[in-house]
Design a protein around this ligand. Structure first.
Ligand code: WT7
Length: 636
């Protein structure tokens, strides 16, 4: 294929939706919806909460008496499973497909709402029989298979709290997360297909548990059929547990009534220090937030087939593979394997095969598939598509246009959604009836007040770069960092007191459209995956040859950003290719292949401040041949 010429970002370049898109949009006038919500956010969110079922409605919409520990829908009684399953199986929807799953080799499994509910009830009874009760932590470390969804829902159903760890993480990352959460049970599989590679998940669990923090039980799903070690009394096969007459009620299992503010899950994400943060989300507000955003931004309809290509192990999967689509009563498509297996048209063939109507993916994936040219997409009938979506990192206008033209055939608007693990739901996103600009997540969702400010907290002029902040609380917001409320206050609410600090830089143009640029902290977005430089540096130090390590992110054509590491070796170690290879393997083994550095350089000194902090900013500038900026604090 002839390479498309890079297109210069043009902020006045509007893409207008067609009359058909506007005619069927759930929100016909997005601007009016934003204005209405801004007038009274509590009234707005109460209205959205009314669209869901509750065991008991709330007394107070928003309790802000102890900022920034906001509470939503206090006094309300619910359980996310009430809205995701229970209410559907009472209607004709019990017969509708909830989930269509395809494995890499083409295996297909489907679940109606009835069938999914049955599996969830059975597994909830299994968890109960293991002594899991309300408030207990359960770690889920799985490939992209239906049992991941079942395990999450079963945990929520009985009031326990799940902590899903992405299956692409490895021994030390998993160990730290199991130990910190204090999980009673770990749910895993013998192995899985992660990005085209077979990963022996159970083996990684065994090694992680050897390092300490042993949970009482490990449940193992037989997925690849590979040999695994089963420790007597600790490890159990899922398929054996699921056939035991564990509950007297057969496959019935009551959903536990929760307070709106009771925890639903924690999800670890990387931050500035080496210790990942456990972001805590709750039943009530989170249900309302994911429901409202999915319905309005992706215009979900009864007849839609929705496909979000993320992994359930990330917030995108939690909110928009598992909970959002199920609350909407939609049909969700899930694919386990690599987009390029066996050929680079696998995703397009899945869209055609299942008649996917809404397709939500990432800039990295689009850029990766773009490389193979248009012909792979053109051999498939993609006419079922109505809307497209993008998330995880800024989408460059060139990739946006390719996605729009080659996949969407210039008739599917692209919903570029900006949000975070912490926000739980879309914060900034267009709605289908609204004009788009390639590369901009457009405007805040109704009820969200975003701004771009300078170091002093003053709004910057249109077009100027600054820090992205959010001025209003919202229902799906994180409630705290599990076991570390101080860090919650410090990280998010102290830079600009009273406002949420997102950690991103952005620009707002003269039309009020936001352009997110990237992270301003020590977080690197590699292929949209969020990694902390400090976590990678700590992993380097555990290698016998490394004395000091500094890690930075540098721009990469496909991945957005790539990891570059600068290492000082301990005396007696020789810097050579074999060592580089060994170090890459070490990082992959400890953290996971996603953290593997693009480039490792051996150095004899690192730029540091007088207090000994590594100046990653200086390393970055040097690597890119740019000015080092203010280096008055530098002491090399
Ligand atoms: C960070 C959050 C929640 C989605 C999955 C990632 C970046 C996310 C966009 C977007 C530009 C984006 C930001 C954000 N980001 N979406 N549409 N445009 N940047 O969640 O791992 O918590 O990462 O991803 O830098 O802060 P996450």
């Amino acid at each position: 294929m002839k390479e498309e010429k890079p297109i210069v970002q043009n902020t006045s370049d509007f893409y207008h939706p067609s009359p058909e898109i506007i005619a069927q949009a759930n929100v016909k006038d997005p601007e009016a919806a934003r204005l209405e919500a801004a007038k009274d956010i509590q009234a707005y969110w109460a209205k959205r909460a009314e669209e869901l079922d509750w065991y008991k409605k709330w007394d107070t919409v928003l309790d802000d008496s102890n900022k920034p520990f906001y509470k939503w829908f206090t006094g309300g009684k619910t359980n996310i499973v009430l809205n995701a399953l229970d209410r559907h199986v009472k209607t004709w929807k019990r017969n509708k497909l909830a989930l269509i799953w395809e494995g890499e080799k083409g295996e297909v499994r489907t679940f109606s709402y009835h069938a999914l509910n049955r599996e969830v009830c059975k597994f909830a009874n299994v968890l109960k029989s293991m002594g899991v009760i309300k408030g207990d932590l359960v770690t889920i470390y799985m490939p992209r298979i239906p049992e991941t969804v079942i395990a999450m829902l079963a945990t929520a159903k009985i009031g326990a709290v799940h902590s899903v760890v992405y299956g692409g993480f490895s021994v030390e990352a998993l160990h730290g997360r199991i130990e910190d959460s204090g999980s009673k049970v770990v749910i895993t599989a013998d192995g899985g297909n992660m990005n085209g590679k077979k990963i022996e998940l159970k083996k990684i669990v065994d090694e992680a548990l050897q390092r300490s923090g042993a949970p009482e039980h490990v449940v193992v799903i037989k997925h690849l059929g590979i040999d695994v070690m089963m420790e007597q009394g600790r490890d159990f096969w899922y398929h054996e547990l699921m056939t035991l007459p564990i509950s007297k009620n057969g496959v019935k299992c009551e959903t536990v009534e929760m307070d709106a503010e009771d925890p639903l899950f924690i999800l670890y994400t990387s931050g500035t220090t080496g210790k990942p943060k456990a972001i805590l989300h709750t039943h009530g507000g989170y249900s309302v937030g994911v429901h409202a955003t999915l319905k309005d931004v992706f215009d979900l309809k009864e007849e839609d087939r929705w496909w979000c290509t993320a992994d359930p192990g990330w917030i995108t999967g939690h909110s928009y593979i598992v909970y959002g689509p199920l609350i909407a009563g939609a049909t969700s498509v899930m694919y386990e394997g690599a987009p390029t297996y066996p050929y680079p048209d696998r995703w397009w063939s899945i869209i055609e095969k299942y008649g996917v109507t809404i397709f939500y993916s990432t800039p990295t994936a689009i850029r990766g598939l773009m490389r193979f040219g248009e012909s792979w997409a053109n051999r498939h009938d993609l006419s079922s598509l109505r809307l497209l979506g993008s998330v995880g990192e800024p989408i460059n206008p060139e990739a946006w246009r390719w996605f729009y033209k080659v996949i969407g055939k210039e008739k599917c608007p692209i919903m570029d959604t900006w949000w975070q693990t912490e926000t739980g739901m879309f914060m900034m996103a267009p709605m289908p009836a609204q004009p788009l600009k390639p590369g901009s997540a457009t405007k805040p969702f109704p009820g969200i007040d975003a701004d771009v400010v300078n170091a002093e907290g003053k709004s910057v002029a249109p077009g100027e770069e600054g820090f992205l902040i959010l001025k209003n609380p919202w229902p799906a917001m994180m409630r705290t960092i599990f076991k570390d409320p101080e860090r919650y206050v410090k990280t998010y609410w102290s830079t600009y007191p009273g406002y949420y600090f997102a950690g991103d830089s952005a620009r707002k143009d003269k039309d009020g459209y936001f352009w997110v640029i990237g992270r301003v902290d020590d977080v690197i977005k590699v292929s949209g995956y969020r990694l902390g430089t400090a976590e990678i540096e700590s992993a380097f130090i555990t290698h016998h040859s490394v004395a000091e390590a500094a890690v930075i992110g540098l721009p990469h054509e496909i991945k957005g950003m790539a990891i570059h590491a600068y290492l000082i070796l301990k005396a007696g170690n020789e810097a050579n290719e074999a060592l580089v290879e060994d170090l890459r393997k070490h990082i992959s083994h400890e953290l996971g292949p996603i953290a593997k550095p693009e480039k490792i350089e051996f150095v004899t000194s690192l730029p540091k401040t007088r207090s000994g902090k590594i100046m990653r900013r200086v390393l970055k500038a040097r690597a890119q041949g740019m000015s080092e900026g203010d280096i008055s604090t530098l002491e090399e």
